[in-house]
Design a protein around this ligand. Structure first.
Ligand SMILES: C[S@@+](CC[C@H](N)C(=O)[O-])C[C@H]1O[C@@H](n2cnc3c(N)ncnc32)[C@H](O)[C@@H]1O
Length: 354
């Protein structure tokens, strides 16, 4: 397909996802108001400046996403990839799940988890219905719906935001054999890999690097394994583990990535996660963290971030928005290389000194 036509197709796809997501959110809110008015959480209105800033930031994100593909940071096919058939089949399940969510919201019950789980396997902060999700992160049903929910939440921009770590990572990743055995394969660890969307982007951008993903949720790892196996490329190793204590020896990885996790951790776990990344990296290795923007880098979105915290169950988000990720990185021993904002995400790139 000629490049201009491909770019127009990409833009149309993204606009379509955006319009679909906005429509979904509007209908959901109306239904919630009609069916469970006592569950509606009061939010603050966005002023026209914030709405305009959001549109501008989204356009800039998509332009950058296209450009990085054109520049060969990743194959442009990645821009069109998604488990489309699964999403189409699963979309009605989102609606079928709504009454259960409304009931939990009415009861203000955010600890409604499957009775079959062994609670001792998880830290207490994890045992809750993040984003009001049925079963929290702890069932196949939740894993089946998670990606769709995130796509809708970010108006179709979740993967374009995840991909923002690929260019800086490619530029900063130590070359094969740097400071060690030249025959040793390079390795990237994705912390809190969830259903594998970041892993999917990493595998396309770094086809010859060994990938490992870890997450506490068995169900999410199962979903990640299924989706990754359906597409060409080596199947990454998937490990069930807490990001605060990952079962690999020191200095095993050349790079560590961590996407949309830190805002879901209490501050001490956030600090532990950064220290663990440091331990796992070889000297000269890089850490790429991508998470929500914070009011200090995106003051124009302050109301939006506040609404997010109110509407979705995100008990550590308020603390995250006031926390200094730079300080965590510094205390863990990292040297900060880069901090960038892309739409609603912030990227930090840091290196473990050689
Ligand atoms: C918001 S999701 C992000 C998933 C994925 N990185 C993405 O981009 O979609 C948060 C993920 O972090 C995992 N998680 C939360 N706390 C964790 C912990 N302490 N150790 C390992 N995984 C954790 C959850 O199971 C979930 O899959």
């Amino acid at each position: 397909m000629p490049a201009t036509l491909a770019k127009l197709t990409y833009q149309a796809l993204q606009k379509g996802k955006g319009a679909f997501s906005l429509a979904h959110k509007e209908i959901s809110l109306r239904l919630l108001k009609a069916m469970a008015p006592d569950a509606v959480v009061k939010t603050l209105p966005l002023d026209s400046g914030a709405v305009q800033a959001l549109r501008g930031a989204m356009d800039a994100l998509l332009e950058r996403d296209w450009q990085d593909g054109e520049d060969g940071i990743y194959p442009t096919e990645l821009l069109f990839s998604g488990p489309w058939k699964d999403w189409a089949v699963r979309y009605p399940l989102l609606w079928l799940d709504s009454p259960a969510t409304w009931n939990r919201l009415r009861r203000r019950d955010f600890h409604d988890l499957p009775t079959t789980i062994n609670r001792q396997h998880y830290p207490t902060y994890y045992l809750r219905n993040f984003h009001n999700q049925t079963d929290g992160y702890l069932s196949d049903r939740s894993a089946a719906l998670y990606d769709l929910q995130v796509e809708i939440l970010f108006n179709g921009a979740a993967d374009p935001m995840r991909r923002r770590l690929l260019r800086p990572l490619k530029q900063a990743l130590p070359r094969s054999g740097t400071g060690g055995d030249p025959s040793r394969p390079r390795r990237i660890l994705d912390l809190a890999t969830g259903t594998g969307r970041t892993m999917h982007q990493l595998r396309a951008a770094f086809p010859r690097i060994q990938l490992v993903g870890c997450d506490l949720s068995e169900a999410y790892l199962r979903q990640a394994g299924r989706w990754l196996a359906e597409r060409p490329g080596e199947l990454p190793q998937l490990v069930q583990a807490n990001v605060e204590a990952v079962p690999f020896v020191d200095r095993w990885f050349d790079a560590v990535t961590c996407v949309f996790l830190l805002h879901e951790l209490p501050r001490s776990a956030r600090a532990n996660c950064m220290k663990e990344a440091f331990r796992l990296l070889k000297p000269g290795g890089v850490l790429a963290v991508l998470d929500s923007v914070q009011p200090k880098d995106s003051p124009q979105f302050k109301v939006l971030l506040d609404n997010f915290r109110r509407v979705y169950h995100e008990p550590f988000y308020g603390d995250y928005t006031a926390d200094s990720i730079e300080n965590h990185l510094d205390r863990a021993g990292f040297e900060l290389l880069l901090g960038e904002t892309h739409f609603l995400s912030r990227l930090w790139l840091a290196r473990k000194p050689s």
